[in-house]
Design a protein around this ligand. Sequence first.
Ligand SMILES: [Fe+2]
Length: 339
Amino acid sequence: MQLARTVYSADGRVLLSAGVVIKDSYIDRLRKLGFPAVYVGDPVEAESFKEAVRESTRRRAIAVVKESFDEVKLGSSLKIEPIAQVVNDIVDEVVSSREVILPLTDIRSHDDYTFGHSVNVCIISVMLGVALEFDDLTLRELAMGAILHDVGKVKVPEEILLKPAPLTSKEWNEMKKHTLYGFDLLRGGDGLSSRAAHVAYQHHERSNGSGYPRALAGDGIHQFARIVAVADTYDAMTSDRVYRKGITPFESLKVIKELASDDSGQLDKYVVDTFLANVVPYPPGAKVRLNTGEVGMILGKGEYSRDSVMVEVKYDASGRPLRKPTIITVLDMRVAQMV
Ligand SMILES: [Fe+2]
């Protein structure tokens, strides 16, 4: 087995380069470091699928966020400049990438969850902002709010944040305060729009008024916060997939859709519709088995409908490689399963 994508440590160092042949000792070591999975396969094939944001940029952003949050934890004020720089790169790359593809290379070690999550939420929010035709300045303000949405968590005691069991109601109330802490940390920050502070304050508000801390509803919630709520919910769900073998991106999208339905009303319908219309529900490069038994690889979004994808069929139903792979459009991905 060959490693298809480079594995990075939480601080952005290369642990194993794409292309190396994976030995048992590497697997043991990665497991000890908390990596639940790695990408295997042909690195050239994996490389041909362009991400909306380069892995190196994503890694750099994670490192900057980690450093900034750690400093705030130790009592310094938040330095906006380094975050603004890497956020600018993220916005530039998302704007110039032609296809909107979810950042699915989020197989990461457990300990950098908060930071990886912050960066993913930023990337997804910017994609949404682009789809909503925000201008450049608005995109950058949204991106700053998104990457900093959970900064208030640095003020929540670690025994609550990392508790491996359900929280008591007292602990849960403290956890909820990360929205207020975040608002206080960002309010009046030098070079930071007040809209970013409102994202931290309002990202757990829900359209039907069931959120916190103020139970705001509908348009009473800032549009940026409604966008970040969708990105936050989606990324939290797909990360669970890695840790707990939970749900696939495709299933997560269905849950997101439900959360915006009239019955639920938690997420903003317009934002969710925009999200669903612009994402690829399966990661390009992923292997799928069709209902015919044939096995292929996802190439990208299909042209016929929102849910369709293009698949290169490589193996027949009995597992024999096809002499000439064929490219087909699968209209309903429920007939296909990830393998
Ligand atoms: Fe949060």
